[in-house]
Design a protein around this ligand. Structure first.
Ligand code: PLP
Length: 417
């Protein structure tokens, strides 16, 4: 109890001291890479000309400015294709993961006019669930959600049972944004293709964190987002195996081979290409294993030093950078805030839900209670994560968690006095 009291005193003027505290820490510990990542090395340099004198329209084939813009886009397309293991002509640039998922699903149903049933998992990102909702309400497509178990494992038997003659498309994420749990996408593809079904995977969290091969996965459609691996926000891609199996959703002046209308965002695409090139080199150099060892070290240290913590999805094959951690007896939103004030940036649940105290649907689908959901934090490490920074984070976590638990105990005791 003494330890907890000391912490209490330190935290007594938490909100007034916040600026000073941050200043004292100088550099923040950013552990929220599933939310977004810093701009990768080399990106600013590569993009700069396209925000100044290189302003050509890539569709203007007759002038050098336009030709150089086109060349820059095609170079970027090559880098993205190299990162995802696809052919360059399969990559269509979009405004990000949300647009890619929407275009993937709506475009797949546009191409399969006699199909009226979509199967997704219960833990998809809103980029997929909202596209599914659009298809349901606007196009009469029925949607089935396949459940996951307590570890986040997809219930494959339920997926088999969900298939019916009207089923046209399956959409299953490659990696979950909150827990990092990986779905067995190649297995799903094998089953789907044997039945003539299309498969989309939302690979927004996987691309850039683990080596991925579009060709080996075998999916028909794959969505990615550049800001998750060092590109600029508002930029992504949809990778399409066979144009004949899909119809464009955003039509216009025939850009992107007629697959996504609108003058290309040259600077953002160049940024995406440069970030992809950079990340492919890091992955080839063993980045994922390095991050995994730091994440595992973090989880082991947590278990050793803080009582009553639980890692969601720990038993599963997960992204190497993600830890979804329940801290019993702590309100995650308060802990996130207190950590931020001490220079440690993490999130409670997924970033898209930040600010709302709604329990995460992903964790609820895994069978966690509302209280367990509301006491879960997501730590997501970047390529340069180190054991030293993990130790620093754990020290601060020990103090903050002990403080909140002591406060909770005091409140309970006061209420029942
Ligand atoms: N899908 C997943 C799994 C995500 O985690 C996100 C963003 O967090 C998205 C889709 C949306 O991507 P974007 O932010 O590029 O629209």
């Amino acid at each position: 109890m003494d330890g907890a009291r000391t912490v209490h005193a330190t935290f007594g003027t938490r909100s007034e001291a916040s600026h000073e505290t941050l200043a004292n820490f100088g550099n923040e510990e950013y552990l929220d890479y599933n939310s977004t990542a810093p701009i990768a090395d080399g990106v600013l340099h590569a993009v700069r000309p396209f925000l100044s004198n290189e302003f050509g329209n890539p569709s203007s084939k007759t002038n050098r400015l336009g030709q150089r813009a086109r060349e820059a886009i095609e170079t970027a397309r090559g880098h993205v294709a190299n990162l995802v293991g696809s052919r360059a002509d399969q990559v269509v640039f979009t405004s990000g993961g949300t647009e890619s998922c929407f275009a993937a699903l709506v475009g797949a149903f546009r191409a399969q006019k006699n199909k009226r049933h979509l199967v997704i998992s219960a833990v998809e990102h809103p980029a997929v669930t909202e596209a599914a909702e659009f298809l349901r309400t606007m196009c009469g497509v029925e949607v089935t959600q396949v459940s996951v178990n307590r570890n986040g494992r997809l219930n494959i038997d339920e997926l088999f049972e969900a298939i019916r003659p009207q089923t046209g498309v399956l959409s299953f994420m490659l990696a979950n944004n909150e827990t990092g749990v990986l779905f067995p996408v190649p297995e799903i593809v094998e089953m789907a293709h044997a039945r003539g079904l299309l498969v989309h995977t939302d690979a927004v969290q996987a691309i850039g964190k683990i080596p991925v091969s579009f060709a080996e996965l075998g999916v028909d459609l794959l969505s990615l987002s550049a800001h998750k691996f060092g590109g600029v926000k508002g930029s992504g891609a949809l990778v399409i195996r066979d144009n004949a199996l899909w119809e464009p959703v955003v039509k216009g002046g025939g850009q992107e081979g007629g697959r996504r209308g609108g003058t290309e965002a040259v600077a953002l695409i160049v940024a995406q290409g440069e970030a992809a090139k950079n990340r492919k080199q890091q992955l080839d150099a063993g980045m994922a294993e390095g991050v995994r060892s730091v994440r595992d070290f973090f989880e082991a240290a947590l278990a050793e030093r803080i009582p009553e913590v639980m890692i969601n999805g720990a038993a599963m094959n997960r992204l190497p950078n993600t830890s979804s951690v329940q801290f019993e007896g702590v309100v995650a939103q308060e802990l996130v805030q207190a950590l931020a004030e001490r220079g440690i940036i993490v999130s409670a649940g997924s970033a898209c839900k930040a600010g709302s105290a709604e329990p995460s649907t992903v964790l609820r689908s895994m069978g966690l209670s509302v209280v367990q959901c509301l006491s879960t934090l997501r730590f997501s490490f970047g390529p340069h994560a180190s054991r030293e920074s993990v130790l620093h984070t754990i020290d601060i976590l020990c103090e903050t968690v002990a403080y909140f638990r002591a406060e909770m105990r005091e409140q309970l005791q006061a209420n029942f006095r």
